[in-house]
Design a protein. Structure first.
Length: 100
């Protein structure tokens, strides 16, 4: 845990616990929300066969990104998760989205 705290630049075990809880809730919520989202878009396993899972995973990604910041904000960790989000998106080649 000391390694994570140092890497993420946090000091307290309480903040670390909140961050881990946010990651857990966000992962579960994004997977759970992807099902109705796929149904809303008309994406079904019957129609897509083996492509259903990769397409659903691609849909989960943006849902996860938005939920991570929203849920992090609800837990009082906006600054950490917004910084985390920007760093991750920049590494994925989306640096044009951020001016800093």
């Amino acid at each position: 845990m000391k390694g994570l705290k140092k890497r993420w630049g946090i000091d307290s075990n309480f903040q670390l616990t909140l961050i881990i809880i946010v990651f857990a809730i966000t992962g579960s919520a994004s997977a759970w929300l992807s099902k109705p989202f796929c149904l809303w878009l008309g994406i079904t396993k019957v129609d897509l066969g083996v492509w259903f899972t990769p397409i659903r995973l691609l849909l989960i990604f943006p849902i996860y990104q938005v939920l991570l910041v929203l849920i992090g904000t609800l837990f009082g960790q906006y600054k950490f998760f917004w910084s985390f989000e920007k760093k991750m998106l920049k590494r994925m080649g989306f640096s044009f989205l951020f001016k800093d």
